[in-house]
Design a protein around this ligand. Sequence first.
Ligand code: NAP
Length: 797
Amino acid sequence: MSSDSAADIPVEEGLFSALDFFILSILAGMAGYWYFFKNKKQEQPTFKKLTVQPVQGRVNDPSFINKMKSSGRNVIVFYGSQTGTAEEFAGRLAKDAQGYGMKGMVADPEECEMDNLSSLPEIENALAIFCMATYGEGDPTDNAQEFYNWLQNGESDLTGMKFAVFGLGNKTYEHYNAMGVYVDKRLEELGAERIFDLGLGDDDANIEEDFVTWREKFWPAVCEHFGVQATGDQVNIRQYSLTEHDDLTAEKCYKGEIARLGSFGNQKPPYDAKNPFLAPVNVNRELHKGGDRSCMHIEFDITGSKIRYEAGDHVAVYPVNDPDLVELIGKRLEVDLGQMFTLTNVDEEASKKHPFPCPTTYRTAFSHYLDITGTPRTHILRELAEYAQDQKDKDFLNKLSSSTPEGKTLYSDWVVKDRRNITAILEDLPSVKPPIDHLCELLPRLQARYYSISSSPKVNPTSIHITAVVVKYNTKTDRTMKGVATNWLALKRPTNGIKPTVPVYVRKSQFRLPFKANTPVIMIGPGTGVAPFRGFIQERNFLKKEGKPVGDTVLYFGCRHKSQDYLYEDELEEYTKDGTLTKVHLAFSRDGPDKIYVQHLLRENMEETWKMLERGGHIYVCGDARNMARDVHETLEKIIRECGNMDKEKATNYVKQMQNKGRYSCDVNSPHGGNPHGGQLLIWEMTDKLWTLGDLDHDDHLTLAEFEREFITNYDHDGSGCVVSHEFVHQWQHNFLDTHQASVHVFQHFDRNSDGAICHVDTQALFTAVDQNQNNLIEKTEFDGLLLYVYGKLPLP
Ligand code: NAP
């Protein structure tokens, strides 16, 4: 039993359901709140404190139509964005509108009442543009999840609404641009009118070029459709106004916090994307034994943070830019980086008041909030051209950012291939001297970096491990490019008992060991792709030691040289000796005359693989998506064809089925789940229907004891509630929830039916407990015979 109380488990962010569902929730919440309030004096609460984080960032008036009408706008650009690119494209399109006599605004679908789309035709020459990124395995981004649900379930009549969609995706993933394609198709099905063809951007190639190419044809089509003309007003418009402060105290100034001022000094759970935990680094050791690369094994201490994780989850790290680069910018622009300032959105209607937490100093902004090592997009270069004092530099930047074939080639060569970031550009074009605050406005936000967790909480409940190669290489222009996060982490070494800290939070993934430990697993992870499997192996070892039947556990690992980068060699040998690992297949690619890769060994061992698959085995792949994962996929299909005597179509279907059943999972640089919004607390009531969900077969019946063993990880001190394991949550999410990360409580106030299954929950006790903690019932619904209660803090209207 853990010392952490069940109810204090940090709640992570997650979307819940479609917008209409949300409204119902609010109503239910109000009703629930009233109910609790009324019954305040009732029996003693039986639960520990429920800690929830309110949903943040929602605007008060979700009617974007009212906003458009009151501010005279007719173009609205929605974005589904995870890393900020779609949001940035949306901003550029909204700005463009001005050049065509139209007025645009950017909108986050999560903050909008999307039913309003049907009222858009009330506005003259109104147009809705959607910049929709696809995430993970063809999923919507977190902020577009509700919109996606709404599109799927909604039956709104969108007749008369005009739209265009630009999708953002990556061709290395199977479901390339699935969201863009879906939104484009679905809006038409609902009666809306597409005024320009769907645009598709490929982040694996040059998404900037795809976007620019689409946009240059898009606006003429808009002009033709609405009978408007380019006004030539397409000047560079400043979105934010600058205030410099000379009288602010340091306490009033952000120092890298993500949302709450002072949160780094005064840490309070729950920890999430907006409130990362400053985790002390317990261990930071080198894993490579030779060669010129470095691979770090880092252990973050999460003691007392109440952070929970599961093997297969990701940990997000907020990095800090190289101080040398930051100082270089300050010097180059001749500014005092210590100056405090605030950038304020000139659009009072905008939901984003500041581009990053303000007030802050220029040094903090360039260190913590701005991406100064990425590839600058063309609009940045176009705006920088305005500040070139030398006509040659101005012309060059204008050409570079133009959408002519010549401009595109130049951009692709000089910026993308030569890997020039903003500091390199400022260095190479010395007459370009933008005001620092304009640069702050233009540069994208520095993003958190995600690492596959390489530990199991069963073995390491108070630490989270990661395995990461330090990224460093030379560019064609003879500059050393350093990965922001890994080079920063490399410096985070505990010395003389002092442990440096790193802001982290855990993001749930769908990458999970099978629900039953006796299911065989094949894990394929060359290089640092072995990371999540270290966690999986630790977990299987733990279960084995507990006497549970653990199925075959086979690992395929590959590296360059056995003597240099064979990660966790000693551990893996130990696990092989004690039987946790049934087999380890090793591919040392550069030790022999021919390249040997994991997929070659998989093929050599195809009979073994096939037998494991036929026994219901699960396959996991982690690592490089572009080549390795694709090659492994092809090899797998071949194995199924040959060993299973199937034609290509049948083998493809077999693999698809495996994917659908969660028996073939990839964790290949495709971050999943999590979102930057407030969390919700879920409390689920169960009925005996429970057993038919998830990985369990319909005729599978668990006794309560089995249920407890399989799912329950902790009980509250007083035994009043328990925390179910993430496997359990995962099964449920799979069926009807999205990527929720929340405390999930299964209450012990239940009766059992003759099978021993839970059939009744004392909801009265539940209500009282929730009342005590001033949480609202935000949802009570029935799903497939299950009653689902959702409690949490939501802003009451
Ligand atoms: P690495 O050392 O560069 O490569 C590991 C081994 O894979 C080497 O033996 C390499 O051989 C081999 N390899 C190269 N191309 C291959 C292919 N097409 N198929 C099979 N094997 C191939 O690996 P690393 O530096 O650790 O990086 C591994 C990759 O995994 C990175 O892209 C990293 O970002 C990614 N990763 C992703 C996640 C995640 O998405 N959650 C987690 C961890 C790591 P040669 O170099 O000799 O050709």
